[in-house]
Design a protein around this ligand. Sequence first.
Ligand code: COA
Length: 343
Amino acid sequence: MPNAFISGTGSSIPERVVTNQDLVDTYGIDSDDAWVQKRTGIKTRRFTEPGTGTTELGADAGAKAIAAAGLQPQDIDMILAATISPEYAFPGIGVTIAEKLGLCEGSGATFVPAMDIRNQCSGFVYGLSTAAAMVQSGAHKHVLVIGSEIHSAALDLSTRGRTIASLFGDGAGAVVVSATDEDRGVRSWKLGSDGRHAEVLCQKIWDMRQRPFIPVDEDGYGRVSPEMMYAHMDGRQVFRHAVERMCTVTMQICLENGVTGDEVDLFMFHQANMRINQFVAKQLAIPEDKLIHNIDKYGNTTAATIPLLIDEAVRTGRLVPGMKVACVAFGSGFTWGATLIDW
Ligand SMILES: CC(C)(COP(=O)(O)OP(=O)(O)OC[C@H]1O[C@@H](n2cnc3c(N)ncnc32)[C@H](O)[C@@H]1OP(=O)(O)O)[C@@H](O)C(=O)NCCC(=O)NCCS
């Protein structure tokens, strides 16, 4: 059985930087920098300009990951794309990313399978695990895993929506998972979900139990109330469950691999809130220098947080071969997961 290792990484970060003060000055939100920084650790986030879609960010990050792996897009056997902000209700972004990578036309057309993963902030860890299983089984040699999000289009950028609007940002990260005979790569994964809490953090938009699924006005236009249109979150419940699940799943993945926390060189936690991660680190006695962050710069980019962390760590030399890395995520669903990688 081949091992599955990360052979290349890439990122796509929108240029426009939005500070906490910009939320006040540009959007008129009754907020303040000190509140957001103290509660979340976020200083800035990035917003894309109108006209750019999740597919573009994802394809850009994906192309960079493929190049970093020393491969051509035509070498990719499968695409797994994690997002909660696809351009359309359907189809997902995996197929349009494949098209943007040139895999559907001309002599380079390979028409590879492309699959979207709908596991919110845990989407990348679910994708990485699925890719590793595909590679280890021998089914595929190179699987592209992408986390791509454009939140700025769907935030309630007003005082009414300030709790959620101050948390999220746009961005995409990608990795190529490749087969190797070397003794390295994704060792194992542990995934979980608890759908009893689906409505604690959700964006409804429509309700398929209604006829029609979106109420229609007399002119035939669908009308969506703000409660349905924007995400809803009980922040305190999310916080509590995130700490509990992230602690447990980190311990489980270490135990399963016979590894102590001391033997892990880097912990890459999902970037929902700096305080959640500090809480988890404290509970598990993880020293601060083993934990890396990007929430201060990018906010919560959902499925993109961990591949963005990985790519930056690789590019800055923070992550080098021989290191042991634990990626841990928690998100809406609730869903959670962890993977242990020998880099
Ligand atoms: C969202 C979160 C930061 C809120 O912190 P909190 O201490 O629970 O704060 P509350 O929601 O109780 O709000 C306290 C007050 O601050 C206000 N507030 C919310 N956002 C604000 C902002 N951006 N600026 C200023 N005040 C704000 C609230 O309106 C509330 O005011 P009120 O008491 O007058 O109603 C925190 O609950 C959290 O981080 N939860 C986890 C969220 C998360 O990780 N989500 C993604 C998971 S993948």
